[in-house]
Structures are given as C-alpha cells and as structure tokens.
Design a protein around this ligand. Sequence first.
Ligand code: GDP
Ligand code: IMO
Ligand code: MG
Length: 419
Amino acid sequence: MNSAVVGLQWGDEGKGKIIDYLSGDVDVVVRFQGGNNAGHTVVLEGKKYVFHIIPSGILRKDKICVIGNGVVIDPKILIEEIDHLKKMGVSISPKNLRIAFLSHVIMPYHRVMDSFRESKRIQKIGTTKRGIGPCYVDKASRCGIRMIDLINPKVLAFKLKDNLKEKNPLYKNVYGSSHFSFKKILEEYSRYAKILKPYCCDTVDYLYEKRKKSFLFEGAQGTFLDVDFGTYPFVTSSNTVAPNCYLGSGAPFIKIDRFIGVTKAYTTRVGEGPFPTEFAGKLGEHIRAVGKEYGATTARPRRCGWLDLAILDRSVKVNNITEIALTKLDVLDGLKEIRYCSSYTGAFKKYSKFPYDLGEARPVYKKVDGWNEKTADTRQYPKLPKLAKDYITTIEKTLGVPIKLISVGENRKAVIKKS
Ligand code: GDP
Ligand code: IMO
Ligand code: MG
C-alpha cells in the first residue's frame, strides 16, 4: 500500500505526527515540495523533534527518507538539521537519507529577497523569510542552482558568478541591498557541497529501483497555501496538493492507493490572508493556549478559528482525498458548543460554489453540542464521548469521506484507528 499525506487547511494540521505514525508500515518516505518553511513536529517518549526538510519518517529505523526534486534546500539549514537530529540520537547517513540531484538550492540572496519583498510591498504575505519563494522564482527563471550544480565546483562557480552579475546591481538599486561577495558565498557553499555530496543521487533511478517497496509521500504546507489552489496571493510558492507527489519526486511509476488528508478539528493559519472562520476575542486565546498554537518554524502565534467544511470540501476534490486524519480533537474538550462553517454567503449574493475570494465570503455556521470528557487517553473509537463521535460523523457525512485516524494528543501513541 502506498499513501500520500497532505494538509487540507493552511498548514500545521499535524502532518508530521500522522506521517510518523503511518511510516511504521512503509519502507520509503518522500518529501516532494516546499523547504524549510515547513515545521513538522513529532513527539516521541517526551522528546520533541521538529523536521523542516528531512522527512518525518526518519525516526523509524530501517526506513529510507528521500528529499525529492520538488523540494528547495537551504544547505546550511539541512546540515544543521542533520547534526541536531544526530545529537538527539537519530541515525542519519546516506543509507537512510537521499537528496535529489535536481532539487534547487536556496542561496543567501533568496533569503534577502524574501525579506526585502515583504518590507517593500503594500500587500504583505507574511512569509517565513526562508527564501522559499525567490528560490522557486529562480527555478522557473532558469537561473537556479540545483544540488547537482552545487556539488560540481566548476558549475557552482559559473552559475553563482552569472547570478551575482545580475543580482548585485538589481538588489542594490531596487532594494538598497549590500553587495553579495562571490568569493565568500563560493567558499561557504563549497563547504556545504562537500558535506552533502554523499547524500545526493538521481532519486528517479533510486526510487524506480525501489518501486516494489511501500511508499509514503509527505506533503508540506496545506491546500490553501498551494500556489494554484490556495488563497492566492497569500500562499507559498509550490504546489502543495497531492498530484504534485509525482512531479516533485519523478516517481509516477509508484501507484498511490490512499490519499490521506490531514485536518485539525478546528482551523489555524499563520501569516496574512483571508480566514473566514477566524475567532474574534477570547475563544482564539483559549484554543491557542490549549492547542499550543505557535509556529513550529517561526514561533509566530497561529490565528485560530472554527472548522471550515466549505474549504475542506474543496480540498477533498483537489487532492482526491480517500480518507481523513482528524487531529487535535482533544483541544476541543470542554467547549459548550462547537461551530463549523457549512457554506458561505457574500455581501450581495449567496455563493453556490466555492468562492475564489475567500475574503469576501461570510461563513454560515452550524452548531453541535460540545463534550465535557477528556479525550486524550482514549484509544478506541467506541470509547470517545458520544458528542465527539457525533461531530466526527457530521464531518464525514458532509465531506463524503471517512475519517480513519483521530489524533487526541501530541504523542505518537495518542491516535485512534477507526475502521
Ligand atoms: P505539521 O506542520 O502539519 O506537521 O504540524 P505542526 O507540527 O506544525 O503543528 C502541529 C502541532 O500540534 C505540533 O505541535 C504537534 O505536536 C501537535 N499535535 C499534533 N497532533 C495533535 C493532537 O492530536 N493533539 C494535540 N494536543 N496536539 C497535537
Ligand atoms: P507546514 O509544512 C503553516 C505560510 C507562511 C506564509 C505563507 C508563505 O509546517 O504545514 P513562505 O515562507 O512559504 O513563502 O510563506 O505560507 N507557510 C506555512 N504556514 N505551515 C507551513 O508549513 C507553512 N509554510 C509556509 O506563514 O503565510
Ligand atoms: Mg508545521
């Protein structure tokens, strides 16, 4: 069985936890897009691991983790992540971590550009300032530097020189940026190249050789941060949706059986952009405190709101979701009443279809009763409070997709399997 696991909301749905849980049953875990804008948290035996670039399957012994061609890699951050995880006792070597020759490298000027754009533009995106967008821009502009270029000293020097020839005057004149030194960057990135070279390979051939094994594709961000299907322009710069598994890994020969969408039992968002069901006032603070809703990458407070079934309906379609993993149900324990958005109305007309401009949309809420019991220690579906089960059934019925996993805590074991 091969699976894809993707976020159905605006990221941080708990993908890391679900991927870690499911990766026990697979051989290979593949990241296919995004970069270190992602922060995927796994809590295991009291230790917290946050993965930014390395797939969340790495904690499982004997699993192979692959960083696909669709990922953008900040080599400094990747090396730090490897070192940090090794110090935490995780074994990482070219035996269990492979990096695609064709993945693109985040350069210092990408990070600088990310910050400059945010400071100059009227419409701010609230990016993570990790250089993700500018790196994808250079990929599309055909001046990007790939891992295969990074590890070839001559090619690296040529491509870096060519980029700086354009970028130094451009950045100086438009943004007032200080000069990027060819010599300094070349020295720094040549060091990274030496360290990362043993991990790099043609991951297409590598995955093809392993095609009879079982796979899990790990999505980063979420459907509404997708550059095509998200709340554009308040999105990231890659396709986060499940069909990109194939393009971002070069492995369409692996047949995916399960498309697993991860959603919280409520909604969060970090950064700017529309969020129709966002809480006003005290409830937001309550959920943020109970759910520890602070960014795993930037530590920014996450905006919180009710579950939005209208956007989830769209996510189910664009990802071809076959089942849902519902996370953070425990965070709703003790609420008197739970609301969810079932559809939208606009200022002048009722929307009959998904509204492109979510900022215009006004949610229509339905209510269900909340439950008093604590769910965190529950491991069997029938033992959940009846009202919690009612809420789950409502979500399933509205979306027409079964919820097969329910997460009730941050630890690996805090999962309920539902048939
Ligand atoms: P990701 O980016 O989708 O992997 O999600 P993040 O790791 O950024 O954010 C999810 C946060 O919720 C992390 O701190 C997880 O440890 C935590 N978490 C995941 N599932 C649950 C759950 O069911 N209950 C609670 N209380 N916390 C959870
Ligand atoms: P994971 O994988 C939540 C958001 C940023 C910003 C927008 C663009 O942990 O779910 P970018 O740096 O990508 O150009 O920022 O996207 N964003 C995320 N929000 N979780 C993430 O990843 C995110 N990655 C990017 O906050 O609004
Ligand atoms: Mg995250």
